[in-house]
Design a protein around this ligand. Sequence first.
Ligand code: PLP
Length: 409
Amino acid sequence: MTPTTAPSTGSWLDELPLQLAALDAQHLLRTRRAVSPLQGAHIRVDGQPLLQFCSNDYLGLAGHPALAEAACTGAWDFGVGSGGSPMVNGHSTANAALEADLAQFVQLPRALYFYAGFATNASVIPALVGAGDAIFSDALNHASLIDGCRLSRASIHRYPHGNLAALDALLAGSTSRRKLVVSDAVFSMDGNVADIPGLLALCERHDALLMLDDAHGLGVLGPQGRGSLAAAGLTGAAASPRVLYMATLSKAAGVSGAFVAGSEVLVEWLLQKTRSYTFATAAPALLARALQASLRLMEHETSLRTQLQARIAQLRQGLQPLLAHTGWRLLPSDTAIQALVVGSNTAALALMDGLRQRGLWVPAIRPPTVPAGTARLRIALSAAHTEADVQLLLTALTALAPTAEPALA
Ligand SMILES: *Cc1c(COP(=O)(O)O)cnc(C)c1O
């Protein structure tokens, strides 16, 4: 913790209220809001109905009756809790069946199902590399990957976002025998996709392993939503033993948990060596059942992705006239994450507040989460949004847009 107050002679616990007050003074205090669902993307927050553009439920599956039904029957069949580590009694037949379905869905030899995405990243990386080894990490990687890198005690080389030439040079200069390249497959604040074939080519040249976090790609990208690796044509017969694929099941899949997938031997190693797998209670079977239902929908209900893609196209097209005169920038993205960069923190916050007053919830993302001067609205679209929902957002943004010629004071 960074001390923000003068050293005192009392207990350090007495300083916590002062440090909280200091955060408050800097407008850095985070608050939560208790929400309740209404219908689709419409929710109620503090009594107020809001149309939200901030959910990771990109296909609208979190509220799907087929998933609720599967979870309920799973609870009757298996109970609510799993009762133990997967290494002891927690690995239910439902969890085992889900792992087979996951491997088949992403077209990789084998999958391992974890109870949470953050814990997966934080503990899979230390299971792969340690002191004396080297990690090469994209500058915009997710916090859970960063924590995994730190926990591993390997040396960490951060390369500028998406800069393969810089990554190549860092790999060439490394004398470590074990090298791990770690990257988000879809970057969570920008919505852009990593150059997966380019990353893999570098890993082959330098004998490195590539770990991809596809939290925002699974269900959204690739044929039948099989994810970024499938979209890059690197699954099935073209799968590489050099790739460890990871994705959360808490976003487009609409449930909770995560998995890793890759070659038999890589997954067997992680089953043996990942501490958050061995020393944590297995995910409940009812969630595995819900996830099996989710995978079936992701695979067969192509209308979910058609709907999402239509909303993405509608938003991007509808924003074009605003980009010309506002100085706003819409980052390139084919994913559900659409970043509208407005620049200053105050502009982003004012926009968020203005939308909020119009009944729309779109989060403003500020530094240090994103680089200085690139404060933005992070618009998350979903198959649960209707055309009218997106039109409401476009109309509100048009009303709130700064005009070309500011009135003279
Ligand atoms: C959300 C997210 C995670 C964490 O997954 P959880 O299932 O929420 O714990 C990991 N990586 C990325 C890129 C994410 O966006």
